[in-house]
Design a protein around this ligand. Sequence first.
Ligand SMILES: Nc1ncnc2c1ncn2[C@@H]1O[C@H](COP(=O)(O)OP(=O)(O)O)[C@@H](O)[C@H]1O
Ligand SMILES: [Mg+2]
Length: 227
Amino acid sequence: MTILEVKNLSKIYGQGDNRVVALDNINLSVNEGDFIAIVGSSGSGKSTLLHLLGGVDYPTQGTVTINGTDIYSLSPDNLAIFRRRQVGLVYQFYNLISVLNVVDNITLPIELDAQKIPQDYLDEILHTLQLTTRKKHLPHQLSGGQQQRVSIGRALISKPAIFLADEPTGNLDSDNSKEIISLLKLSNQKYNQTIIMITHDLDIAMQANRVITLKDGKIVKDEVIRV
Ligand SMILES: Nc1ncnc2c1ncn2[C@@H]1O[C@H](COP(=O)(O)OP(=O)(O)O)[C@@H](O)[C@H]1O
Ligand SMILES: [Mg+2]
């Protein structure tokens, strides 16, 4: 089943001498349960693409359809709601709320949506992320790897249609990086979670099932490396 469809997607920043074509007519189809790594040199358009897939910026041209919804046809309010329910986003720096403990950071999207906390799933996430003994800790009381695990939990709690990560291990040492990648693999395999992850580390990219290479805002390679 196709969960994400990108058609003729372009993003141009600035005008005149400052004009930058960050994405140049991208077409992409992603199946439910895909685990995709996006690679490419700095400035190739990786983050811009991820932001447009996640509905956090607007394209200059083209469409992004997630689970049958053409997301940029939604009103800004409805796009915000859609994003909270259907998109999980993780960045290199964890963006946790400093005054909220581990559980409250993870459940924030559910609280903002005035939904009931899925207690069993929350317990499972805490267990999988090895945060069961850190439930009441604040972000500053956690290691970098633990903080990144909290941000992953927050992105997974709503069981989003797509999970997007921009260099999720970019700020971590190699042991913590390996752990984060195995957690992503686990959620991909256990929940059939669709994952799209940017990395500049080819060893990490090789953990994915499909590797897409960007260059100058274009897809120059798209390889399935594992079925
Ligand atoms: N907000 C912005 N305003 C102007 N140019 C931008 C902006 N964001 C990114 N760019 C430019 O778009 C291109 C792609 O950037 P980006 O998507 O961040 O690449 P990557 O993540 O692959 O390093 C770069 O040339 C960058 O300078
Ligand atoms: Mg980037």
